[in-house]
Design a protein around this ligand. Structure first.
Ligand SMILES: [Zn+2]
Length: 111
């Protein structure tokens, strides 16, 4: 593997970003409003007045998908931890793309 100076610099930048990463939560956070199952409810009126919006945290626990509703206080506390996780995923994807470029450049130089 022979990364170019530019690729080395890109790796250093990504690694610095990862090194500076804060605490991060697994799973996804979605904020949504919804209609319930009660036909007479206001959420089925015209115009509909949906329930929520609620913040829901979905993740896998032991192979099972688990969704938990977060209170507004929890959402405020946890939002930065989801943001950190997103940043880390983006940096990792960037590092993987960069690494692919390095090995592809390598294999194209083979005789
Ligand atoms: Zn309803």
């Amino acid at each position: 593997m022979e990364p170019s100076p530019g690729q080395q610099a890109a790796r250093d930048r990504i690694a610095a970003g990862l090194a500076a990463a804060g605490f991060a939560l697994p799973g996804t956070l979605t904020v949504r409003a919804y209609a319930c199952g009660k036909p007479s409810c206001r959420c089925h009126a015209d115009p509909p007045r949906l329930h929520g919006p609620y913040a829901e945290w979905t993740r896998k626990i032991g192979g099972k998908t688990v969704t938990r509703r977060l209170s507004p206080a929890e959402l405020a506390d946890y939002q930065p931890l989801f943001d950190n996780a997103k940043k880390i995923r983006a940096l990792l994807a960037e590092l993987q793309d960069l690494t692919l470029q390095v090995i592809e450049a390598d294999s194209s130089q083979e005789p």
